[in-house]
Write a protein that binds this ligand. Structure first.
Ligand code: SF4
Length: 183
């Protein structure tokens, strides 16, 4: 059975979204935005200027909403999920799929749509990143909704966003929330 497809760019309640851009291209684009001291400085400069921060966040929202159905959780999991946004899971599971996924990969809540975590597995595998599916994702910090995940990433707040499942070493951790313009 072919899944009905809800393409990225829609708003409203979370429901499975088919990304509007391929996983391989997404991984390639990530290299252009990979954190370094220049981006860290840019993120800091943006954060110190509330108006610029709002503008920057709007640009991020426009692009990522269209490509991935981004909901602006502010702590982006895309690099570890085959560039499939887990916040479009109706249960917003950060580690999935849930036990309700159908044998044919369809969502329990929207049976005509493919589970976002099945999509994530397929995209990650196809792009040679299947091992990412073993990573354990940190719980969502709900204080970060609406904030720029790019700035958070560049500023190092995503360093413990996911970890090796059961490796007994790394511990996913939350970071203190700070407001734009105060640092
Ligand atoms: S920032 Fe959050 S909501 Fe947006 S694409 Fe990344 S994981 Fe999804």
């Amino acid at each position: 059975m072919r899944a009905d497809t809800k393409v990225a760019g829609g708003g409203g309640w979370p429901m499975p979204v088919e990304p509007g851009i391929g996983a391989r291209l997404s991984y390639a684009l990530h290299h252009l935005l990979a954190a370094n001291f220049l981006y860290r400085g840019l993120g800091g400069a943006v954060e110190r200027r509330p108006r610029l921060y709002r503008w920057f966040t709007r640009v991020e929202r426009a692009g990522k909403e269209r490509l991935y159905g981004c909901r602006m959780c502010g702590q982006c999991a895309l690099p570890a999920t085959g560039y499939t946004c887990p916040m479009n899971c109706p249960k917003q599971l950060r580690n999935g799929p849930c036990g309700g996924v159908a044998a044919d990969g369809m969502c329990e809540v929207y049976p005509r749509l493919k589970c976002v975590w099945v999509t994530a597995f397929e995209r990650a595998e196809a792009a040679g990143h299947g091992g990412d599916m073993d990573l354990l994702q940190r719980p969502v910090d709900h204080r970060e909704w609406g904030r720029s995940s790019w700035v958070n990433y560049w500023r190092g707040r995503d360093d413990e966003l996911w970890t090796g499942a059961g490796d007994g070493r790394a511990r996913p951790a939350l970071h203190p929330r700070t407001e734009p313009g105060v640092r």
